[in-house]
Design a protein around this ligand. Structure first.
Ligand code: ADP
Ligand code: ZN
Length: 523
């Protein structure tokens, strides 16, 4: 017989506390596993519904569910929401007064709590661990579990201390949850929390209602405005920029064009940030222009588009940021423009960071994966999901390359010309100068350097400036050219095979994606 709230205690709690009729996907199985006292690893995309996986078993089992989370700023909101549902929830972190903390600790030991959110550094205090040994604990849920790993971008040293859980609380179920875990990160989670042999619940990362689109950056602000006006007028959306300055400028410019937009970045006062966040949550069609500081923990179901005016740092970042669109299941657009300067910029930012060499190499790899995604001429969903270890066979019918297959051409000869322009000018000039040389423009700089006498001078007149920009961008993205100081481009070791004609290169011809109107998209 089908499970019903009358026969299934988990469904009963889901219905009476949250008002939901059914679990989503693997939620039911996870809840059952943990409620029965088992451990589990949960890999679920953002918005997939991880919270219920530990909240429901916490209510089903005797004792309090302890949730370890690094997101201190979100704890109060989460707890307030739960309390409004009638759940006895509390949190322990550094924002509490000593008296406030003592009250929570007393409630914990007295068994008067259903759920307790704890910051990892707080949990690891000898005092807290002693309290936990005396308290009735239903389970430990480690949220954002990828923070244990140095491979991720959110490494938190305290998370490694969580090995205390299997060591001291071996008999209490442990649940690790994350939205980002490649194989290395997953191995770290299993090791630190000793989850070897525990079932792993891995949900698909596919978000079929999100349309992925990437275009060459030409006039980013105008392109953005055009996109908003033709496809998302009056819709709520997020526009991501890299710097506070570009956030401010873009927000002001959109406002001047009549788009209801507000800026959000870490340089604003907490009051201004709260105000922007509140407006975004409560208003229908506000566009937030933000740095990546915006979005963590924001659960607005009807965000209709996420636009990137600058490249994210990795595929994980891109997936997480674009994942904020269409949480309600209705169509959403993930739109991005990027150009050569962006590729050069992020590559240099990575190179300049003072992270350990090995971490830098991993990060460079993640960026490469993102650039491959950007340059691909095949289904974007296929490339995206492959990165997260999922096999998906395109065409998906809901990404730009599926909707408007790009022209690809054997551009080996053009690539050779561009590489030889870089080499013959000494591997130190930027894209603008190389383009001048290729197009045979005797600018002051070209003549001053004597580059008008090179055999490469003017070999590229069969193409226009835009094409050469595209070729150079793809060569940098694909690692044939490296960006050095002052944006100078130099041929890499990889370029040799291409120059010798041992490998050939198929590049996409940059055509700006023709616009699709709202009506066309809905068909
Ligand atoms: P995650 O932590 O994986 O990012 P959340 O736990 O915040 O996701 O859930 C995302 C949204 O989906 C929330 O608004 C949540 O209430 C909703 N949700 C999750 N599970 C269900 C369900 N079984 N039925 C209805 N809504 C759900
Ligand atoms: Zn596709």
């Amino acid at each position: 017989s089908a499970a019903s709230p009358a026969t299934d205690p988990a469904l009963n709690i889901l219905k009476t506390v949250w008002g939901y009729d059914a679990f989503r996907g693997v939620q039911a199985e996870i809840v059952r596993t943990v409620a029965e006292g088992g451990n589990a690893l949960v890999l679920m995309p953002t918005g997939g519904g991880k919270s219920l996986c530990y909240q429901v078993p916490s209510l089903l089992r005797p004792g309090v569910g302890i949730i370890v989370s690094p997101l201190i700023a979100l704890m109060k909101d989460q707890v307030d929401t739960l309390r409004a549902l009638g759940v006895r929830a509390a949190y322990l972190n550094s924002t509490l007064s000593p008296e406030g903390a003592r009250e929570v600790e007393a409630a914990l030991v007295a068994g008067e709590l259903d759920l307790l959110y704890v910051a990892p550094e707080r949990l690891l205090l000898p005092r807290t661990l002693d309290l936990l040994e005396r308290a009735p604990v239903a389970l430990f849920a480690v949220d954002e579990a990828h923070c244990v790993s140095q491979w991720g971008h959110d490494f938190r040293p305290e998370y490694q201390g969580l090995s205390v859980l299997p060591a001291r609380f071996a008999h209490i179920p442990r649940l690790a949850l994350t939205a980002t875990a490649d194989d290395r990160t997953r191995a770290d989670i299993l090791r630190v929390l000793d989850l070897h042999g525990a079932p792993q619940f891995i949900s698909s990362f596919d978000r079929p209602n999100i349309q992925y689109r990437v275009a060459a950056k030409e006039g980013p602000k105008t392109q953005l405005l055009d996109f908003i006006r033709t496809e998302h007028a009056g819709d709520a959306g997020i526009v991501y920029c890299l710097s506070r300055k570009s956030v401010e400028e873009t927000a002001q410019w959109l406002q001047a064009q009549g788009v209801d937009a507000v800026a959000y970045h870490a340089g604003l006062s907490p009051r201004e940030r709260n105000h922007a966040q509140e407006r975004f949550l409560n208003e229908e069609g506000l566009v937030v222009v933000a740095t990546v500081a915006f979005g963590m923990g924001i659960d607005k179901p009807n965000v209709r588009f996420v636009a990137h005016l600058d490249l994210p740092k990795s595929m994980e970042g891109y997936y997480q940021e674009t994942g904020r669109a269409g949480r309600d299941g209705l169509p959403g657009t993930a739109w991005m423009v990027y150009g050569l300067a962006d590729v050069v910029n992020v590559r240099r930012m990575l190179a300049a960071s003072d992270a350990p060499e090995e971490v830098k190499r991993v990060e460079a790899g993640k960026l490469d994966a993102l650039l491959t995604f950007c340059e691909t001429a095949s289904c974007r969903r296929e490339v995206l999901l492959a990165y997260f270890g999922e096999t998906f066979h395109g065409p998906c019918g809901n990404c730009d390359t599926c909707l408007n297959p790009p022209q690809v051409r054997d551009m080996t000869r053009e690539a050779q010309m561009a590489l030889s322009a870089a080499i013959r000018t000494g591997n130190r000039f930027g894209a603008a100068h190389l383009t001048d040389v290729l197009l045979g423009r005797a600018t002051e700089k070209v003549v001053g350097m004597g580059h008008h006498t090179l055999p490469t001078f003017g070999v590229g007149t069969a193409h226009d400036e835009k094409t050469w920009r595209g070729v150079l961008r793809q060569l940098v993205s694909l690692g044939y050219l490296a960006a050095g100081e002052y944006h100078g481009l130099s041929a890499t070791g990889k370029a040799r095979t291409l120059l010798k004609g041992e490998t050939r290169l198929t590049l996409r011809e940059d055509t700006l994606q023709p616009r699709t109107t709202k009506r066309e998209r809905q068909r």
